[in-house]
Design a protein around this ligand. Structure first.
Ligand code: PLP
Length: 404
């Protein structure tokens, strides 16, 4: 993996912030975008733009082909048995809302949903909205005493004959913990429940095979995998998607409409009402090609080395506490400088050209469980270098000497 060559594809990485070279360590929030992806967006607008699926003219067919090619490539990338099980959404959030709203229609009052304490708000609030509408019960898997991994003994005990859904993140966006989702899905199935996996933090960092996992639903966002904003994926098993009612109504998702009776389109279109973001969907294919060229195993290996190297060096900083110490961990480091507010640490790092995220990271229940109100979070991607890690650690040593 030639990182210097790869970095040249990301013009933003040559920026300066306060006259310092940008060191971008906010990849959990969004990854940066390579030139090739933006070139595809430009070529869609300048050369191919026409609305998809309902035109006989050449432009419409070209745009449709590009969109549907992405669907096939996504299916192949995640090991989905069929491209018809790949639904385009606006992002992970909309994908989870789709399942909570639509599969939720099949649930009854008193049915139970198991979440975990480390979920992002987007895998909590849609289920709470469902609870308000249908009276379902939400149960929560806590952390073990290590404050980093899920307590699977409690998880097993939470199941009852009323358990219908398990919704769990593949990788925690705060702790970096890679959850044993294959095992959790297997347990869910033993109890007759379906499992939704929030793959927002896994898809660009680990090999993902929804078939091997036996996931019922798997959700992720393009903008977190070097792709454009505004596109997400919901993978769902065909038999479940077929059973579920449409999420939204409108054009594209119907077979025939009359005022008396409307019939719906086949999968995947039943869940794609209105004009899709076909420009960005086409560009997602370029992001997939970019990632495939580098290779997800290679990306995972590089990021793991960055994680180990940086964690080791951070441990030497007096007064720095790391949150998230699972042995099986993605390249996300949440930490606090003792006595310093996370916001101040983040602001001072920004002055040194380093972009990290501060706050609750849309995981307030997890913050509550950890007894804190936020952390500083540095997260890595394939273009980060060991030299950047050194500069980050040196900057943090300076900040620590100022704040503690
Ligand atoms: N789930 C996790 C674990 C996340 O980290 C995020 C975003 O940070 C989301 C869901 C929501 O993703 P999006 O805002 O792209 O819908």
């Amino acid at each position: 993996m030639n990182i210097e060559a790869l970095r040249r594809d990301f013009p933003i990485l040559s920026r300066t912030i306060y006259n310092k070279p940008l060191i971008y360590l906010d990849n959990t929030a969004t990854t940066e975008t390579p030139r090739q992806v933006v070139d595809t967006i430009q070529s869609m607008y300048f050369t191919h733009k026409a609305n998809v699926h309902r035109g006989v003219h050449t432009l419409s067919q070209e745009a449709t082909d590009m969109m549907e090619t992405t669907r096939r490539q996504v299916a192949a990338y995640i090991g989905a048995p069929s491209h018809e099980e790949v639904i385009f959404t606006r992002g992970t959030t909309e994908a989870i809302n789709l399942v909570a709203a639509s599969y939720g229609e099949l649930l009854r009052e008193g049915d139970e949903i198991i979440l975990t304490v480390m979920e992002h708000h987007s895998n909590i609030v849609p289920w709470q909205l469902l609870r308000t509408r249908r009276g379902v019960v939400i149960k929560v898997v806590p952390l073990r005493a290590d404050r980093s991994t899920l307590n699977l003994d409690v998880y097993r005990e939470l199941f009852t004959p009323r358990t219908r859904v398990v919704a769990v993140t593949h990788v925690s966006n705060v702790l970096g913990t890679i959850n044993p989702v294959a095992e959790m899905i297997h347990i869910a199935h033993q109890h007759g429940a379906v499992a939704l996996i929030d793959g927002a933090q896994a898809i660009a960092h680990l090999p993902v095979d929804v078939g091997a996992l036996d996931a019922d639903f798997y959700a992720f966002s393009s903008h977190k995998m070097y792709g454009p904003c505004g596109v997400g994926i919901l993978y769902g098993k065909r038999e479940l998607l077929e059973e579920m009612p449409p999420y939204q109504g409108g054009g594209e998702m119907i077979q025939s409409v009359s005022f008396e009776h409307t019939t719906f389109a086949e999968l995947p279109f039943k869940f794609e009402a209105g004009t899709p973001d076909f420009v960005d969907i086409a560009a997602l294919n370029t992001a997939l090609a970019f990632m495939s060229e580098v290779g997800i195993e290679e990306i995972a290996r590089h990021e793991e080395e960055l994680l180990r190297y940086t964690t080791e060096r951070l441990r030497a900083i007096h007064g720095l506490e790391i949150y998230g110490t699972a042995p099986n961990k993605s390249a996300i480091i949440s930490f606090l400088l003792r006595g310093a507010h996370h916001y101040d640490t983040g602001m001072l790092l920004d002055k040194l050209g380093i972009a990290v995220r501060t706050g609750h990271h849309c995981a307030q229940p997890l913050m509550h469980a950890l007894g804190i109100d936020g952390t500083v979070r540095a997260s890595f991607a394939l273009y980060n270098t060991f030299s950047e890690c050194d500069q980050f650690v040196a900057a943090l040593e300076r900040v620590a000497s100022m704040l503690i």
